[in-house]
Design a protein around this ligand. Structure first.
Ligand code: G
Ligand code: G
Ligand code: MN
Ligand code: NA
Length: 258
């Protein structure tokens, strides 16, 4: 179990890494983006632990103590730094998405996020922030103000885990966002569970009607991809099309396209 102090030491000792999971076109399986996912490479972990502690085991602690604010800033900065390195190496970029936790969102302004992106001289359209429905609803006025300012700056915003939170459709209509990510709990039941199939096809149609991009997450099976393609979903993220990989492997995926 991670403790707050361990996390502070780990950040100081540079033990955090970002892995990158591909987001892939359902039309031709080309690479269209990455989601940056945090990993803790704690020395002394065994091979069977994959040498890393997954975020599910320490993000909740960091969220509880408030350490998620500096840690989340680090994640955005590191993703931007990596993107700048790839651009400088002459690679054709794809947007990188970073997860922003509820407490991080509450404690930061759009300008704070912008400052980190500017530090690396990145076009704002290359950065997407993934925000859960819950984070938006917890402090709606602040979230609406931040999202509107981000949109004006050209920074992309995705609602993560869509369908699991408590956002009403009247709010969804007003949210200045670019993308909906359908939660993987619904994708799990596709295509066989009637309810999940109905929910997923309805979310895709609704996103289209609202002019939003839609991404299906947690796609593990070909039948799921086929269902999604049939219902006009254009982008997927999941083990079927690519696990989260270290930066050098992600760099290889970028290079392969040229
Ligand atoms: O890899 P795993 O399935 O354990 O991830 C669990 C959760 O951790 C996911 O919901 C994911 O969104 C979250 N997560 C991964 N990386 C980050 C990060 O950099 N910041 C935040 N806030 N959450 C992250
Ligand atoms: O909540 P969020 O969407 O950010 O969660 C991302 C998490 O989901 C990451 O930890 C990633 O490892 C995990 N993930 C990504 N693709 C799949 C998949 O196809 N199946 C499962 N079970 N988990 C996945
Ligand atoms: Mn996410
Ligand atoms: Na998600």
């Amino acid at each position: 179990l991670a403790l707050d102090g361990d996390l502070r030491v780990a950040l100081a000792l540079k033990q955090f890494r970002l892995h990158y999971q591909p987001k892939v076109s359902l039309i031709d399986f080309s690479l269209e983006g990455f989601e940056a996912l945090l990993r803790w490479e704690k020395p002394g972990l065994e091979q069977d632990q994959g040498m890393m502690i997954p975020p599910g085991e320490f993000i909740p602690v960091a969220e509880e103590t408030g350490f998620i604010v500096p840690l989340g800033d680090w994640v955005l900065d590191e993703a931007c730094r990596q993107m700048r390195e790839w651009l400088d190496a002459g690679m054709e970029p794809v947007p990188v998405a970073v997860n922003i936790s509820p407490k991080h969102l509450r404690n930061r302004s759009a300008e704070d996020f912008r400052r980190i992106i500017d530090r690396h001289r990145l076009p704002p359209g290359l950065i997407e922030l993934e925000i859960t429905e819950g984070a938006v609803m917890q402090d709606l006025d602040h979230a609406l103000a931040v999202l509107a300012a981000l949109k004006a700056m050209g920074i992309r915003v995705a609602v993560d885990d869509f369908g699991t939170g408590h956002s009403s459709l009247s709010y969804l209509k007003r949210l200045p966002i670019t993308t909906l990510k359908i939660d993987r709990s619904f994708i799990n039941g596709v295509p066989n569970e009637r309810e999940d199939a109905g929910i997923v096809s309805t979310i895709i149609a609704m996103a289209d009607m609202l002019g939003l991009d839609v991404v299906a997450e947690g796609v593990e099976k070909t039948e799921q991809a086929n269902f999604l393609r049939h219902h006009n979903c254009t982008q997927v993220q999941g083990w079927l099309t690519g696990r989260p990989v270290p930066a050098d492997t992600a760099c290889g995926l970028l290079t392969e396209r040229l």
